[in-house]
Structures are given as structure tokens and as C-alpha cells.
Design a protein around this ligand. Sequence first.
Ligand code: HQG
Length: 188
Amino acid sequence: MTPLTRDQVRLSKRISLVLRHRPETAGLILDANGWVPVDTLLTALGVNRAELDVVVAGNDKSRFAIVTGPDGVDRIRASQGHSRRVAVDLDLPPSDPPAELFHGTPRANLDSILRDGLRPRSRHHVHLSADVPTALRVGHRRSGDVVVLTVAAGVLAGQGHVFHRSDNGVWLTTSVPPAHLSVKRTNP
Ligand code: HQG
């Protein structure tokens, strides 16, 4: 797939902002599950459907989902990553995770994470990756050395801890206690 142009990436980031963090900056109101009519988003952002479709289809992480409702209305939402300040319930079913999941983070966070466990901070969930390369990419969004932590997801699930898998393959959970974390690799 052709990579998005700089303008398209800018549009993608703007959509992430309004669908995950600050819908009010575009005058949008998300429904309880995070959806907004596509036409409403287009009007709010001043773009057309073709421009939106390119960004949704070409998005490197399939961040946005569009569905047609029983009323024939197309709606869009972010598949994950919402801020806690936005009251959205993705309404995802619980899902059995693989034995291990991964989390990439700047090394500067390591001591605190090993002490307190993984916390959702400003988001609804802790985000976990299904593989190490993805976890490394997540960690490298920020500057400095990256550490990948292994999450004993299978053991946690066995103890009743709930996991969800977003539509774009990100694993979500409310927290991970330190006892179920180990350092995978510190020098990628
Ligand atoms: C860290 C991107 C200290 C945590 C990605 C992370 C992901 C702690 C930061 C999605 C901590 C929160 C989410 C503790 C957690 N002490 N630091 N106890 N607990 N942290 O951005 O996982 O590109 O909210 O390690 O790909 O980095 O936007 O979470 O470094 O899927 O689509 O606190 O965002 O997706 O940062 O990234 P974030 P994240 P998009």
C-alpha cells in the first residue's frame, strides 16, 4: 500500500485527536461506544469522503473503523487509544490472550513500572502488543532507550484478569501488576 502523504498523515492525526482525545475541538459528540456519523466528521473537518477513505484505508495501524448501521448511516470510531477524559466504552468482548504479550516503553519508566505495574495513565487501558517488533515501535514513539516488557498474560487471564483485543489487534487491559512483568530485552 502506498504510504500516506504528509497532508494525509496530518489528517490522520487530526482524526485521532478528535475521535480519541478531544472531540469537542471539532464540535463533535461521540456516542457511548465512540462512534460518530461519517458525514458529521467530514463536515467538522472540512474534508470529503474520498479523502477520508484514503486515510482510513492507508492508515499504518488501521486506527479507525467504519461500519454501516442498520439505519444505513456510516459511522466511524477509533479502534483504541481513547483518553480517560472521553467517556467511551468500546464494548469489546473479553478475549483469551496468548501466553505472553509485550509492552514497549522508554527506559526512564522502568523503575516505576517494576514497582507499580503498568497503569493506563491518561487512557482507558494499558496497551499491549502481540509481538516484540510492535512493542519496540510503540516504545520508540518517545525519545531515549526503549525497554520491552513481557506480560504473563496467560497466567493473569487464568487468575480472572480480563483482556480485550481491539479491532486493529491491540491488546487492552486495565492494569498489569509488577509480579506479572519481566524485562524482555533492554538493548534493541
Ligand atoms: C507508561 C499508540 C511509569 C507506559 C501505541 C507508556 C499504542 C508507566 C506511558 C497506544 C507506568 C503511557 C498506547 C508506571 C505505564 N510508571 N510509566 N507505573 N505505567 N507507564 O501513550 O502504551 O500510534 O498512554 O509504558 O501504538 O505508549 O496512537 O501508552 O510509555 O497502541 O495509534 O506510560 O498508542 O497508538 O503512554 O501507547 P501511552 P502507550 P497510536
